[in-house]
Design a protein around this ligand. Structure first.
Ligand code: DX5
Ligand code: ZN
Length: 222
């Protein structure tokens, strides 16, 4: 059976002064819009928070894939839930940032939103095996979180394969960092079915075409 590949353009690489336009440009071709929330603590960069997530949600153009790169995300989960996320949206936080991941994955689920956990390159997949069943998405970072445009880390693919082996049909295996028309093939072969891409989409003159091109690059292997 063919596996559906989801593409999630990352707003981090879009023009921050024209976020609505950036969402509109990709909404017809992408499956999700990836929103990178950074707090200048968990990662050395700062982006946006609940008001911007709420504004993107209000556009009502595409499902949201919210990637929290913040310290102690549990303290703020309610704020993100209040931003209007619903049953088709993902709310993903970092395992390394939250000592009680299980509690907050359950909280997100109980609020009717799809919970996800993300791991940095230095975190082994084994560390999240026990909470895997609570997740609708496992996001495997293929760069150190914080910035777009970094080099893809192919050695993370063993984690993708390990996650794929455990995954039930409703569980999505996502990869974030350095995904482009070439590396997309590597991640799909390893078993990923959600590709986050920032610079490979918004760095191009025609972001919609860039999505189509990434999708085409994996059609024979998905
Ligand atoms: C990095 C972010 C990514 C980033 C990816 O910490 O989580 O989502 O936007 O950017 P590219 O695709 O350019 O590596
Ligand atoms: Zn991200």
């Amino acid at each position: 059976m063919q596996k559906a590949i989801n593409i999630s353009p990352s707003l981090l690489s879009a023009d921050m002064a024209r976020l609505a336009e950036a969402v509109e440009i990709v909404a017809g071709d992408a499956d999700y819009i990836h929103c990178d929330v950074m707090d200048d603590h968990f990662v050395p960069n700062l982006t946006f928070g609940p008001p911007v997530i709420a504004a993107v949600k209000r556009l009502n153009l595409i499902k949201l894939d919210v990637h929290l790169m913040i310290e102690s995300p549990g303290r703020r989960i309610e704020d993100y839930l209040k931003a209007g996320l619903d049953k088709d949206d993902f709310l993903v936080f970092h395992f390394e940032a939250e000592p009680d991941s299980e509690k907050y994955l359950k909280l997100i689920r109980n609020a009717g939103v799809r919970p996800g956990i993300s791991i940095k390159p230095g975190t082994p997949f084994e560390n999240v095996k026990d909470i895997f069943h609570l997740c609708d998405q496992v996001l495997i970072m293929t760069v150190e979180p914080g910035f777009g445009g970094q080099k893809f880390m192919e050695d993370m693919m063993s984690k993708v394969s390990a996650a794929r082996k455990l995954a039930k049909p409703h569980q999505i295996i996502a990869v974030d960092g350095g995904v482009d028309i070439n590396t997309a093939r590597i991640v799909v072969k390893a078993g990923a079915d959600l590709l986050v891409a920032g610079s490979a989409i918004y760095g191009k003159d025609d972001p919609a075409k860039a999505i189509v091109d990434i999708r085409k690059s994996v059609t024979d292997i998905s």
